[in-house]
Design a protein around this ligand. Structure first.
Ligand code: SF4
Length: 441
């Protein structure tokens, strides 16, 4: 999901800087354009399977506590080293052998090279909000590129992580979605984004003073539920008590999805009370089939039923994300239909809706709703008793907000024609008068 804000508290972005990582102190420089994604997808095409590519090397963070002990033994080391290494990684956020004085000096470099292979290499860093929002572009071992965004607020520090390189869900308003899926990320590649952020925070390298990551949203590049196994394992590493994991509160971990029904059902059965966020973007199947193509496979009513079951099972209120796109999905009747569909499933207490002003992406004429239209949309939902908060769009000035997490997309003439035809089709559907009963309300 390329929706990365988590806060209803706007803070005006100022002093945007674009810095090379090792030149940050020297002031603004120019960001390097990069190409992300496998291939542009045809309109409405879904890429459910990741192309086969070489797997990243096994890392300590890929393994459960039990597996770590076995892994160390299989490498010829004593099993208890696993606990020591886990402490360094999950409590002190380090992979530096020099700091591991409890390991035999002669073995430190050898052990760390095997259990902590380098998975992420910093390509560039962009700062906003006087350094309190940090977007980092990472290169993976095979050259794939992903991004993470760290956001510091008064009361918490949130990281938005990527779970796939590219995305196969093909939402037409999203820069990442236009590039196709390169590959799934491994558990450790996901967790390394958090470990490095924690290391920088602990060292006081991020504006706002020393701290640690308190909240995490899977709203960076990719559809987390399409990489279920690695994402579910990551949630465990995040929430397992230290030193098996980071010891984060499950309620502060948000897993988002455009509505991969089987994966929502699996997550419900995991029994981890993390927050589930579902990106709806349109309440009617006609428009949602176009805006969120996975809707052609899993219809909105079924997804909302699964969301309600998630609430019943975990007790966690479900977040409904709704990117507000001017004249496309922001009509009052769509807010009214959404209100009816949500409250029809047992009142308003089980959900919270976050309308998000769209961040325009390159090559697209779609933009955020008029503020008065946005207000009417919000008030309509509130008239149903639904808790509704317009989200902060932190980082939008560094292309780090919803739908903007892919840098430069290469587009040929055919792809451009396809995309423009698709936009025209969406606009026709968006403007069609609402017919009562076209979706269960
Ligand atoms: S294409 Fe859709 S699912 Fe994929 S990152 Fe973009 S908004 Fe999220």
């Amino acid at each position: 999901m390329a929706i990365m804000t988590d806060s209803p508290q706007p803070e005006n972005p100022e002093n945007t800087e674009i810095n090379e990582p090792d030149k940050a102190a020297e002031g603004p420089a120019t960001a390097v354009p990069v190409i992300i994604g496998n291939r542009p997808l045809a309109p409405g095409e879904l890429q459910m399977r990741a192309p086969r590519r070489g797997k990243p090397p096994v890392h300590l963070a890929d393994l459960t506590a039990t597996e770590r002990t076995e892994h160390l033994k299989s490498l010829g080391h004593q099993g208890f080293r696993a606990k020591q290494l886990s402490k360094h990684y999950f409590e002190h956020f380090t992979t530096d052998p020099e700091q591991m004085t409890d390991l035999p000096a002669a073995q430190r470099a050898e052990i760390t090279a095997v259990v902590f292979p380098k998975l992420l290499t910093e390509v560039s860093v962009q700062l906003a909000d006087q350094g309190r929002t940090v977007k980092t572009l990472w290169r993976l071992h095979d050259g794939s590129l992903v991004e993470s965004v760290l956001m510091r607020y008064k009361d918490r520090t949130t990281i938005c992580v990527s779970s796939q390189a590219g995305c196969g869900m093909n939402c037409p308003f999203c820069a990442t979605g236009q590039a196709g899926l390169t590959r799934n990320m491994s558990t450790a590649e996901i967790i390394e984004q958090v470990r490095i952020a924690n290391q920088q925070l602990a060292a006081g390298q991020v504006a706002g003073g020393p701290g640690r990551v308190t909240n995490l949203v899977f709203m960076g590049m990719g559809e987390p539920m399409a990489n279920y196994k690695a994402v579910a394992a990551s949630v465990r590493r995040l929430t397992d008590s230290r030193p098996d994991g980071f010891g984060m509160s499950a309620r502060n971990v948000t897993v988002s999805t455009v509505g991969l029904l089987p994966a929502i059902e699996k997550l419900t059965q995991e029994g981890i009370p993390c927050t589930l966020a579902i990106s709806i973007h349109a309440p009617d199947n006609e428009l949602r089939d176009e805006l969120v193509p996975i809707n052609q496979r899993y219809k909105i009513d079924d997804v909302l039923d699964a969301a309600r079951t998630y609430f019943d099972t975990t007790g966690r209120r479900v977040s409904i994300e709704y990117a507000l796109i001017r004249d496309i999905n922001d009509q009052a009747w769509r807010a009214d239909l959404l209100g009816r569909m949500l409250t029809a499933r047992g009142g308003a207490g089980w959900i919270h809706v976050n309308p998000i002003p769209l961040n325009p992406v390159p090559n697209s004429k779609w933009t955020a709703s008029d503020p008065r239209v946005e207000e009417e949309f919000v008030e309509t939902l509130r008239s149903y008793g639904i808790s509704t908060t317009v989200r902060d769009t932190r980082g939008s000035d560094i292309d780090g907000a919803c739908g903007q997490l892919a840098a430069t997309i290469v587009e040929d003439a055919r792809h451009r024609e396809d995309r423009e035809a698709r936009v025209g089709r969406v606009e026709l559907i968006a403007a069609a008068p609402h017919l009562e009963g076209n979706s269960r309300g």
